[in-house]
Write a protein that binds this ligand. Structure first.
Ligand SMILES: C[S@@+](CC[C@H](N)C(=O)[O-])C[C@H]1O[C@@H](n2cnc3c(N)ncnc32)[C@H](O)[C@@H]1O
Length: 314
């Protein structure tokens, strides 16, 4: 499958990050290289700049190398999770960076590759691993986790109202044999719903459960929390961190992490005086979240749920 992913809000991201001669930038989710290319194209002397592109997906890194072929002297591509940004920088002998961008979630390439098992649009083996070196897959969760754990992830990561019914239906169905494919799972989910909820005009009834599985398989929310905190700590003063998210759970983590890193006191409420002596680390640049322009959404429907937040290291 050829790598196809239209970057979302790339111009806005590169605009916030900027480019300083001799600067070192990190793209924590390099994907097909769309953001990285936009950033490097905006540099007066790209040869002078260094860009570290991270991704857990080998196919993405291959695509990024091709897309960034004009900038080979500037780029270093590494197959790592951005939650390990501090280790990666240490291994490369880099102390602090001039900017970090994160474009969260899956690429269109991953969703559209039937083999990866991210989508119920194709019948594929349940997988959903962005990093195929890891063992935990959607199949393992669906076939082995108990009903209580399934219910919890469907509720917490999918915001699925009928989490319990669906969890119970899965546990019942797998007594008859393993649930192997995306379609089998989608059918079980639909079968668990009351008839009036089986067809929806807005989203497919399996969407929330699939989102929950994807987040659990890839430990997406923990990666994000760690990556934001470690990334913010690695910025030199004046350097910027930009995150683009695609659903409310991610956006909430970005917003809350920025807020707590921008706070001058993180004491629990109710204390008469501040005892934490916290110092603000970030200044939030996006008072309100930034959304894509209508023209971009018209061109690229995946952009419709994008939310951009940016902050600057103090
Ligand atoms: C939305 S795409 C990025 C697209 C990219 N901005 C572009 O312009 O082509 C997200 C990418 O991040 C990768 N990814 C997701 N979570 C990651 C993580 N915690 N660490 C490293 N890569 C991650 C995925 O494998 C995917 O390739």
């Amino acid at each position: 499958v050829e790598f196809s992913h239209l970057p979302v809000m790339a111009r806005e991201v590169a605009g916030y990050i900027g480019c300083r001669p001799g600067g070192v930038y990190v793209d924590g989710t390099v994907g097909g290289g769309g953001y990285a290319r936009e950033l490097l194209r905006g540099c007066a002397e790209p040869g002078d700049v260094r860009l570290i592109g991270m991704d857990v997906d080998a196919a993405a890194l291959k695509a990024a190398a091709l897309r960034l072929a004009d900038f080979t002297e500037s780029i270093t591509l590494v197959r790592r999770n951005f939650r390990e940004i501090r280790d990666v920088l240490d291994e490369l002998g880099i102390e602090s960076i001039d900017g970090l961008m994160l474009d969260l979630g899956v690429s269109s390439h991953q969703i559209d590759d039937p083999e990866r098992g991210f989508s119920f649009r194709f019948d594929a083996r349940l997988d959903m691993r962005m990093d195929r070196r890891l063992r935990l897959s959607a199949s393992e969760i669906v076939n082995r986790w108990d009903a209580a754990r399934l219910e919890e992830i469907f509720r917490d990561y999918g915001e699925e109202r009928r989490a319990r019914r669906i969890a119970v239906a899965i546990v019942e169905a797998r007594k008859r044999g393993p649930i192997e494919t995306t379609r089998e799972l989608a059918d079980i989910i639909i079968g668990a719903l009351p008839p009036h909820a089986r067809s929806s005009r807005t989203i497919h009834p399996a969407t929330r459960v699939f989102q929950a599985l994807r987040i659990a398989v890839n430990d997406e929310l923990e990666s994000l929390r760690t990556g934001l905190a470690e990334g913010a700590a690695a910025l030199r003063p004046g350097a910027r961190l930009v995150a683009v998210s695609f659903h409310s759970l991610e956006d909430r983590i970005v917003k809350e992490t920025f807020r707590s890193l921008a706070a001058s006191c993180v004491c629990p409420p109710g204390l008469p005086v501040c005892v934490c002596e916290a110092r603000p680390v970030l200044r939030v640049l996006t008072r309100r979240v930034l959304r894509p322009a209508p023209e971009e959404v018209a061109e690229n429907p995946r952009a419709r749920s994008a939310k951009l937040r940016a902050a600057e290291r103090i």
